[in-house]
Unconditional design. Sequence first.
Length: 119
Amino acid sequence: MTLSGEKFLAVLKIELRDALESLKDLLESFKKAEAECRITEYVCRGNTGLVRQEIAGIEALLEGMDAFPPETRETPEAAREAVRASVAEGIARSGYPEVLNLLVDRKIRKVLRFLTETE
């Protein structure tokens, strides 16, 4: 059976939503660490600022994925390239952190591995 780009995007969305939840948990851990005086307010603000930018980048990607043109949904490769292009555009246009490339690439590899193993 041939994998579709649509299936790839659906599973990737699940993975990205999971990453969002993990980042939100990380925000809470920073707040708790500051309250317990394990990190300074300065460190907490720096860390939370970066994580909030990562969250905004993932949320923008998830929203944009629904608007990908039909040809990007035909194959996982086409979908993957559309996702990568969208992340690169978001970094360039909105100043999202470069680490977003790494996070999304890791999720892409995970989804491709999962889909090829279950087919």
